[in-house]
Design a binder for this molecule. Structure first.
Ligand code: VGL
Ligand code: ZN
Length: 201
């Protein structure tokens, strides 16, 4: 068992990010057994769930003429336009059925505001609107987090870098993560995490 100051943060292990899903990450379901096992080592387990309304601004379908995986400019900066995914209440937004959810004490839903995307478990993509996770962890005496899940180069990386920004120790278990790797995004995310002081293990 890890000390009580450590939490496991399981990022977006949802059907739409697994093979057969709307924004499938290659091998996304291949990390679930490992994650399930890790849950027994941590007193605090948090799951995150990408949770978009159908009219979400990150969906290419809501930008006439825009192709999925193209880039657009939002008031808060550049934004990838994704295939429609993780729509609230749909099967695609549900956790993968093989993922253990009983050990989790908190589920953080993110990306529910139509006008702003949220990759990170801590802040939406404007990097200022908080999800509340920081307060929860600090209240529970957590000072170090271990991150696993999907996708390495988006939601996992953004969460890990924000954790460092907040002064939390952050470790990403790379073999319990899978990436999308859009135009070199995986290498960029790894460099960004290392520069922020994230431990890649
Ligand atoms: C994610 C793209 C869009 C992720 C979520 O979980 O990494 N990526 N929404
Ligand atoms: Zn999303």
């Amino acid at each position: 068992m890890r000390p009580a100051s450590e939490a496991l943060i399981v990022i977006d292990v949802q059907n739409d990010f697994c093979p057969g899903g709307a924004l499938a990450v290659a091998g996304g379901d291949g990390i679930i057994d490992r994650i399930n096992g890790l849950m027994d080592d941590f007193a605090t387990v948090v799951l995150t769930q990408d949770w978009h309304p159908a009219n979400h601004a990150s969906f290419a379908a809501n930008h006439p003429g825009a192709a999925p995986f193209s880039l657009t400019e939002m008031p808060y900066g550049p934004q990838v336009l994704w295939p429609t995914h993780c729509v609230q209440g749909t099967g695609g937004a549900a956790f993968h059925p093989a993922l253990r959810t009983d050990p989790a004490q908190l589920v953080i839903r993110k990306g529910f505001r139509p006008e702003i995307d949220s990759y990170s478990a801590f802040f939406e993509n404007d990097r200022t609107t908080a999800t509340g996770l920081e307060g929860y962890l600090r209240n529970r005496g957590v000072s170090a987090i271990t991150l696993v899940g999907l996708a390495t180069d988006y939601c996992v990386a953004f969460s890990a870098i924000d954790a460092r920004r907040l002064g939390l120790a952050a470790t990403v278990l790379e073999d319990a993560c899978r990436g999308i790797d859009l135009n070199g995004s995986l290498a960029e995310a790894r460099a960004g995490m290392l520069a922020a002081g994230v431990r890649l293990a």
